[in-house]
Design a protein around this ligand. Structure first.
Ligand code: SAM
Length: 339
């Protein structure tokens, strides 16, 4: 097991399978135009599989497919099938916006996908359209129904909470999650690359979320568990559980064992990292698994990123990456890096 400079293990890998998305969420992809990764740079399934083999040998045991919108990647269940068959894999999950999920849920589960997270920030159709700039809430609800039917309890709902946008829906979303038998996780609005409209005033902190839910439901009890999962979990008096991912006001860098591989094979050791490690170039020039393993080991061994804590330490905090830089390097975008 590799440990980084601060002793954090290499364990969770998020695989972005495409930088494309079918939504244009204001907090993630607010621009009208984007520079996409060149098609020829995007890794084929065999290449992803070969890199995953090396990561598994180096200590990774949990994979999450993401994007962009992963269900836009053609034949995704085939990649799931290739990955699910690998020895040493303890978890295989997917994060999706749900628009295309109803048509793919059965095939994904049949291919070996074990868990699913569907992102949903609002239950109100007009608000959904304003926030995502696409009128697809009905299809997301169909996707949610499919997730409930196919994945049962292995189904979570992620909600980014933004002041003045959807922070009046915390209770509605908890109730919706309860009806779907899915745990809701509230994510603090983050100043990641792409979130060019971010400002501290729009962040609803974990503390405020807890206060508001306690005001409605009564005592909220923390669930004590020792995992590296980003969400802190809580229980309402009736036993309903929910999570909060407090990357902005209470980051969890000290336990972060996550890294990200973009669709074109750049490996990022932190969501906020300025640079990644190119794994596509060595792979395509025919490097052996041992050579790639040594690049991964050296990269992880030198890892000292604590991106969210560094951001928190800044006094005057505003959007992280200016639009001009995002245009020059799409790898700085959250939707490229894999949220
Ligand atoms: N398209 C898929 C989806 O919607 O779940 C996967 C990729 S998306 C980038 C992954 C997650 O990142 C989503 O839950 C999204 O809401 C979240 N996200 C994007 N921008 C964010 C931001 N600025 N702050 C917090 N979460 C963000």
């Amino acid at each position: 097991m590799h440990a980084d400079v601060f002793g954090r293990p290499l364990r969770n890998l998020r695989l972005s399978v495409t930088d494309r998305c079918n939504l244009r969420c204001e907090y993630c992809m607010p621009e009208d135009e984007y520079n996409w990764l060149p098609r020829e740079d995007v890794l084929h399934f065999e290449e992803i599989s070969a890199l995953v083999d090396v990561f598994l040998a180096e200590g990774v045991d949990r994979l999450r497919l993401t994007g962009g919108e992963p269900l836009l990647r053609r034949d995704l269940p085939e990649l799931v099938r290739m990955l699910a068959a690998k020895a040493g894999l303890n978890d295989l999950a997917l994060t999706t916006n749900g628009v295309l999920l109803a048509e793919h849920a059965d095939a994904l589960a049949a291919s070996g996908l074990r868990r699913i997270t569907v992102s949903l920030d609002t239950l109100r159709p007009a608000r959904f359209k304003a926030l995502t700039r696409v009128d697809e809430l009905t299809r997301v609800h169909e996707g949610m129904a499919a997730a409930k039917r196919v994945f049962g309890r292995a189904f979570k709902i992620d909600t980014v909470v933004i002041r003045g946008v959807n922070d009046d829906e915390l209770v509605d979303l908890i109730e919706y999650g309860r009806a779907m038998h899915a745990e809701v996780r509230f994510i603090e609005y983050m100043d990641v690359g792409g979130a060019t409209k971010w400002s501290p005033n729009h962040v609803v902190s974990r503390a405020e979320i807890l206060t508001r839910l306690a005001g409605r439901y009564g005592t909220v009890t923390p669930i004590v568990e020792s995992t590296s999962a980003p969400a802190d979990r809580f229980a309402l008096p009736d036993g309903t559980t929910f999570g909060i991912i407090s990357s902005t006001t209470a980051p969890f860098c000290s336990g972060c064992d996550r890294s990200r591989l973009t669709a074109d094979g750049m490996w990022y050791l932190c969501l906020y990292a300025a640079r990644g490690i190119d794994l596509r170039a060595p792979l395509r020039r025919g490097a052996s698994p041992a050579e790639i393993a040594s690049i991964i080991a050296a990269g992880w061994g030198a890892r000292r990123d604590r991106g969210a804590e560094d951001r928190l330490a800044l006094g005057d905090r505003r959007a992280f990456v200016p639009v001009t830089s995002l245009k020059k390097d799409p790898h700085l975008e959250m939707h490229t890096r894999g949220g």
